[in-house]
Design a protein around this ligand. Structure first.
Ligand code: ARG
Ligand code: ZN
Length: 885
C-alpha cells in the first residue's frame, strides 16, 4: 500500500472555496446507483482561482461540467482519492458532476450501502466522499436538496434530510421524492434511506408551540418494538428544552432502525440507528438495553444543537460535539433515573475503557494532534474523557454558570463550524471566569495521578490537604505540565455527618467558602500546581475527608486514607458516589494483596472486615437497591490488571473468583433473601424502582450460582424457567453459564431454541458464550464462527462474538497463544470486509507490553503478522503499527 498519510491539526487551513447550495439527485438501481450533484461554488477570496480539490473514493466519474460546459481533458484530473479542477473560473460558478457507485458491493458500512435489502448512508466522518465528489470536510457547510428516484415496489419509502417538498409516481414502476433541508450543514450530516419500512408516528409540541411529527421507521415486523424509542425521543426533546433551553427546529424528526449499522448517527432530522439501539420489548430486551436506547436516543437528538447547529471546524475538534453531547446524554439519563447510579456506571466505563487507552500506545489528547484514519479516533478519550472535561466546567461554574456558558456558546456560534477554544471562551466570557491552564485538558494526554496526604492540627483547629500531581508520559509527549484539577471535597465528623466548611487558607490567602452567608458541605478545591496545600480552618475535631466527590475530575487519586477511614466512608459518606468509591478502593486493595498471595502460591484469604462491610451495605434498607447492587460488585479484572506492574490475567481471575465465592458462601443467607424479596412482578416496568429490584436480585443470584451447590443450581434454573422478562431470563442464564457442565450446555441450547428467530437476542447468546471464562473456550469460538446465525459482515455479530471474546482475559490472554492467534486470523478476514470494525478489534492487542515475556512475544508476533499483510487497510495499519512502535 502507499505509505499512509498522517494529518496534523497544526496544518489546518481555511478552504479556498466554499459551497453555498448543493442539489443532489440519486437514481437508485439494482446494479448501480447514479449520483448527480450540482454545487454552487464561491471562492473564499474573490478573484483567486486556485485548483479546486474534491475528495472522492470508489467513484466512477461520468461527467463534469462548469457553468454548463463539459470539461475537456487537461481541465481536470481524476485519481483514486480526488477529482482536481485544475483551473476553475475566478468568481462564483456552478459545478455539476455525475458519478456511479455500487452500494450493493459496499461492505464498509460507510457511504451509500445496502442493509437487509434497504439503502442507507453513513457519512461521518469521511463517508460522503464515497457518494459523490465533494470537499468532504466539516467547515464546508451548504444548504441542500436531495431528489431520490427508485422502484416503488422495492423501495416504497424514500427519505432524506429536512422537509419533503415533492413526490410522485413515474413511468416504469418508479417513483421519486424531493427533500429540502433549510439549514446549512456539513456533508457528514447528509442521509438517505430507501426501502420497505413502516413508521410509528407521534407528535411533540415544542415550547414555542411548534408541532413536530415524530416518525420511527423499522421493517414492518419490528414496528411493535419501537415504543420505548419513541418514549425516549419525546423525553429527550422535553429535557433539552427544560435544561438547556434548546428547542427543535423543523416540523419533522425521523429515526430509522437498520440492522447493519455502526452505532447511531445524528444526520439532520434523519437519525439512523443500529436496530439494537431502537428496538425493545420486555421479553427480548434487558434493562441495560432499555437504558442504552434511552441514552443513545437522547444523544443523537441532542446533537441537533451540539453538533449540527454548531458543528466542528475540523475533525480534530470532534470532542467539541461528542464530549459535550455525551455529557448531555449522561445528564439526561441521570435525571430520568438515579444520578448516583448513573455516575457510578459512567465512571466504571471510563476506568475500563478510557484509562487503558490513556496509558497505552494509542494514547491521545481529547483533541488529538494527528491521525491517519479519523475513524480510529471515535474513542473513549474523545467521547468519555471529553465528557468529563465538559463536566469539570459545570463543577467549576455551578449549574447556572454552566447554563450561561452554553447559552452564550449557542448565541455566538449558531450556524458555524468552530473549535474547542470557542467553547472554552464562551464558558469563560459568560462567567468572567478564571480557568487558569484548563485548556491543557484538550492537548495533554494521559491520566493525571494525584497524591494527597492530610494532617490535623488540634490546637490550631486546622486540617490540611497536600496535593502533588504528575501526568505520565504518552507517545509524543514525554514531559507534561501540571493540570487544573477541580477536587470537590467535604469533611466528615466522627458521627459520620458532613462538617460545615467556613474558610480555607491557600496560596497565602484565607478565603471564605460560605455561600451567601450559609455554610457549605462540599467545596471545590482548584488544584493547579505540581504541589499545593489547602488548609481548612475552624475544624473542631479530626475529620475524615471525602475527596473528589462525584468524581469531579478524570484522574487517579491516591490518598493516605486508612482502611478504617474507607470503611467509615463506605458506611457514612453523604456523597453516594464516594460511598461506592470507598468500597471499590477497599476491594482493589484486597484483590491486589491476594494476587500477591496467588503468585507466591500462598493460600488466598478474605478479610472478615470486608465481608462485614459488604454485609452492612446488603442489609441497609435505606439504600437504593441499584446502588447496593453496584456496591457489592467487585472491580473488573482489567481494572486490577491496570494497577499491576506486570498484568497477570490468571492471578487476577483466580482472585476475583475466590472472593466472589467466599462472599457467596459467607453471605448466602442474605443473598437468598434478596433473591426472594426482589422477584419481579408479572408486568415489566422500565423505571428506576423496578430496574433496581431486578439489578439487586440478579446480582445476588450471580453470587449464589458461583457456589458448587446443587441446591443453588436448582434455584438458578428455577429463576431461568420462571422469568417473565429478558433481564431476569438472561441474568439467570449468565449465572448458570459461569460453570462448564451439563446444566450450562442444556440452558444455552434451550435459550437458542427459544430465541433463534430474534437476531438481537441471538447476539446476546453469542456474547455470553464468547466472553465466558470457562477453560479453553477458544475451541468453542471457532465453532461459533461457523454457526448458521453468525455473519462476519454484520458489526453487531462481530462485536458479540469477537468483541465479547476479548472480555475474557483468561482466554484471550491464554498462555499458549491460542486466543491471540484466533483474533489475529479474524482481524485479517474482517479487514477485507470492513476496516472500521477490524481496527476496533485489533486494539485488543495494543497493550501487549503490559504482560509477561511469553505473552508479549506471542501478541507481538500477531501484530507483526498483521502489519506485514499486503493490502491492509489504513485503519488497521494505524492501530497495529502504533501498537508495535
Ligand atoms: N456521530 C456519531 C455519534 O453520535 C458517531 C459516528 C461514528 N462514525 C465513525 N466513523 N465511527 O456518536
Ligand atoms: Zn455523538
Amino acid at each position: 500500500m502507499d505509505a499512509p498519510k498522517e494529518i496534523f491539526l497544526k496544518d489546518y487551513k481555511l478552504p479556498d472555496y466554499y459551497f453555498d447550495t448543493v442539489d443532489l439527485s440519486f437514481f437508485l438501481g439494482e446494479e448501480k446507483t447514479t449520483v448527480s450533484a450540482k454545487i454552487s461554488v464561491v471562492p473564499r477570496v474573490d478573484g483567486v482561482a486556485s485548483p479546486l480539490v474534491l475528495d472522492g473514493v470508489d467513484l466512477k466519474l461520468i461527467s463534469v461540467k462548469i457553468n454548463g460546459n463539459e470539461l475537456k481533458e487537461g481541465e481536470f484530473q481524476v485519481g483514486p482519492r480526488h477529482l482536481i479542477l485544475t483551473s476553475p473560473p475566478s468568481g462564483n460558478f456552478i459545478l455539476e458532476t455525475v458519478t456511479e457507485i455500487l452500494p450493493h458491493k459496499n461492505t464498509s458500512l460507510e457511504g451509500l450501502y445496502k442493509s437487509s435489502g434497504n439503502f442507507c448512508t453513513q457519512c461521518e466522518a469521511e463517508g460522503f466522499r464515497k457518494i459523490t465528489f465533494y470537499q468532504d470536510r466539516p467547515d464546508i457547510m451548504a444548504k441542500d436538496t436531495c431528489r431520490i428516484e427508485a422502484n416503488k415496489l422495492l423501495y416504497p419509502v424514500l427519505l432524506s434530510n429536512g422537509n419533503l417538498i415533492e413526490q410522485g409516481d413515474l413511468e416504469g414502476g418508479n417513483h421519486f421524492a424531493i427533500w429540502e433541508d433549510p439549514f446549512k450543514k456539513p456533508c457528514y450530516l447528509f442521509a438517505l434511506v430507501a426501502g420497505q419500512l413502516e413508521s410509528r408516528d407521534d407528535t411533540f409540541t415544542t415550547c414555542s408551540g411548534r408541532k413536530v411529527a415524530l416518525k420511527i421507521w423499522t421493517p414492518p415486523q419490528d414496528l411493535p418494538k419501537a415504543e420505548h424509542a419513541m418514549y425516549s425521543l419525546k423525553a429527550a426533546m422535553k429535557w433539552d428544552e427544560d435544561v438547556f433551553g434548546r428547542e427543535y427546529d423543523l416540523d419533522i424528526f425521523n429515526i430509522v432502525s437498520v440492522p447493519d449499522f455502526l452505532g447511531a448517527m445524528e444526520n439532520k432530522s434523519l437519525n439512523i440507528f443500529n436496530s439494537a439501539l431502537v428496538l425493545a420489548s420486555p421479553e427480548t430486551t434487558t434493562d441495560a438495553d432499555y437504558a442504552a436506547i434511552l441514552g443513545v436516543t437522547g444523544h443523537e437528538y441532542f446533537h441537533n444543537w451540539t453538533g449540527n447547529r454548531v458543528t466542528c471546524r475540523d475533525w480534530f475538534q470532534l470532542s467539541l460535539k461528542e464530549g459535550l453531547t455525551v455529557f448531555r446524554d449522561q445528564e439526561f439519563s441521570s435525571d430520568m433515573g438515579s444520578r448516583t447510579v448513573k455516575r457510578i456506571g459512567d465512571v466504571s466505563r471510563l476506568r475500563t475503557r478510557q484509562f487503558p487507552q490513556d496509558a497505552g500506545p494509542m494514547a491521545h489528547s481529547v483533541r488529538p494532534h494527528s491521525y491517519i484514519k479519523m475513524d480510529n479516533f471515535y474513542t473513549a478519550t474523545v467521547y468519555e474523557k471529553g465528557a468529563e472535561v465538559v463536566r469539570m466546567y459545570k463543577t467549576l461554574l455551578g449549574s447556572q454558570g454552566f447554563r450561561k456558558g452554553t447559552d452564550l456558546y449557542f448565541e455566538r456560534h449558531d450556524g458555524q463550524a468552530v473549535t474547542c477554544e470557542d467553547f472554552f471562551a464562551a464558558m469563560r466570557d459568560a462567567n468572567h471566569a478564571d480557568f487558569a491552564n484548563f485548556l491543557l485538558w484538550y492537548s495533554q494526554a494521559g491520566t493525571p495521578i494525584v497524591k494527597v496526604t492530610s494532617s490535623y492540627n488540634a490546637e490550631a483547629r486546622t486540617f490540611s490537604l497536600k496535593f502533588s500531581q504528575t501526568v505520565p508520559p504518552t507517545p509524543g509527549q514525554p514531559v507534561k505540565e501540571p493540570m487544573f484539577i477541580p477536587v470537590a471535597a467535604g469533611l466528615l465528623d466522627s458521627s459520620g455527618k458532613d462538617m460545615p466548611l467556613s474558610s480555607i487558607y491557600h496560596d497565602g490567602k484565607l478565603e471564605s467558602v460560605t455561600c451567601c452567608g450559609q455554610p457549605v458541605y462540599t467545596t471545590v478545591l482548584r488544584v493547579t500546581k505540581g504541589e499545593e496545600e489547602f488548609t481548612f480552618s475552624d475544624v473542631p475535631e479530626k475529620p475524615i475527608p471525602s475527596l473528589l466527590r462525584g468524581y469531579s475530575a478524570p484522574i487517579r487519586l491516591q490518598s493516605d486514607l486508612t482502611d478504617d477511614d474507607l470503611f467509615f466512608l463506605l458506611a457514612h459518606d453523604s456523597d453516594g458516589f464516594n460511598r461506592w468509591e470507598a468500597g471499590q478502593i477497599l476491594a482493589r486493595k484486597l484483590m491486589l494483596s491476594q494476587v500477591v498471595n496467588f503468585q507466591k502460591s500462598s493460600p488466598l484469604v478474605l478479610d472478615p472486615q470486608f465481608v462485614h462491610g459488604i454485609k452492612c451495605i446488603l442489609l441497609d434498607s435505606s439504600l437504593d437497591k441499584e446502588f447496593i447492587a453496584k456496591a457489592i460488585t467487585l472491580p473488573g479484572e482489567s481494572e486490577i490488571m491496570d494497577l499491576m506492574e506486570v498484568a497477570d490475567p490468571d492471578a487476577v481471575h483466580a482472585v476475583r473468583k475466590f472472593i466472589r465465592k467466599q462472599l457467596a458462601s459467607q453471605l448466602k443467607h442474605e443473598f437468598l433473601n434478596l433473591v426472594k424479596e426482589n422477584r419481579s412482578s408479572e408486568k415489566y416496568v422500565f423505571d428506576h424502582t423496578n430496574m433496581a429490584r431486578r439489578a439487586l436480585k440478579n446480582t445476588a443470584l450471580g453470587y449464589l450460582a458461583s457456589l458448587e451447590d446443587e441446591e443453588m443450581t436448582e434455584l438458578v434454573l428455577h429463576e431461568y424457567k420462571t422469568a417473565t422478562n429478558m433481564t431476569d431470563q438472561f441474568s439467570a442464564l449468565a449465572a448458570i453459564a459461569q460453570k462448564a457442565g451439563k446444566a450450562r450446555d442444556d440452558a444455552l441450547a434451550d435459550f437458542y431454541n427459544q430465541w433463534q428467530h430474534d437476531y438481537l437476542v441471538v447476539n446476546k447468546w453469542f456474547a455470553l458464550q464468547s466472553s465466558s471464562d470457562i477453560p479453553g473456550n477458544v475451541e468453542n469460538l471457532y465453532k461459533l464462527l461457523g454457526h448458521q446465525a453468525f455473519d462476519l459482515k454484520n458489526p453487531d455479530k462481530v462485536f458479540s462474538l469477537i468483541g465479547g471474546f476479548r472480555a475474557s482475559h483468561v482466554n484471550f490472554h491464554a498462555k499458549d497463544g491460542s486466543g491471540y492467534k484466533f483474533l489475529g486470523e479474524v482481524v485479517l478476514q474482517l479487514d477485507k470486509l470492513n476496516p472500521q470494525v477490524a481496527s476496533g478489534m485489533v486494539t485488543a492487542f495494543s497493550r501487549w507490553k503490559r504482560y509477561d515475556e511469553t505473552r508479549q512475544n506471542l501478541a507481538k508476533a500477531q501484530l507483526e503478522m498483521i502489519v506485514s499483510v499486503n493490502g491492509l487497510s489504513e485503519n488497521v495499519y494505524e492501530i497495529a503499527s502504533k501498537s508495535l512502535a
